[in-house]
Ligand binder design. Structure first.
Ligand SMILES: [Cu+2]
Length: 64
């Protein structure tokens, strides 16, 4: 499943690695592409969307 999420407070490479790590914690095989410029995170994952969103919110990046 491919998720396309908008994360308004993602602003730099540090945010990107925090978000990527959080997603990998719930799905080690996930493919994450994050662009702070467009505030977009693309995730290819087997996990439910709610699980991915919760993992991101937990580290301070709540997708809208
Ligand atoms: Cu940042």
């Amino acid at each position: 499943m491919k998720l396309q999420l908008k994360v308004p407070n993602m602003s730099c490479g540090g945010c990107v690695s925090t978000i990527t790590d959080a997603i990998k914690t719930v799905d080690a095989n996930a493919t994450v592409q994050a662009d702070p410029q467009t505030k977009t995170v693309s995730v290819e994952t087997q996990s439910p969307e709610a699980t991915i969103k919760a993992a991101m919110a937990k580290v301070g990046y709540r997708p809208n």
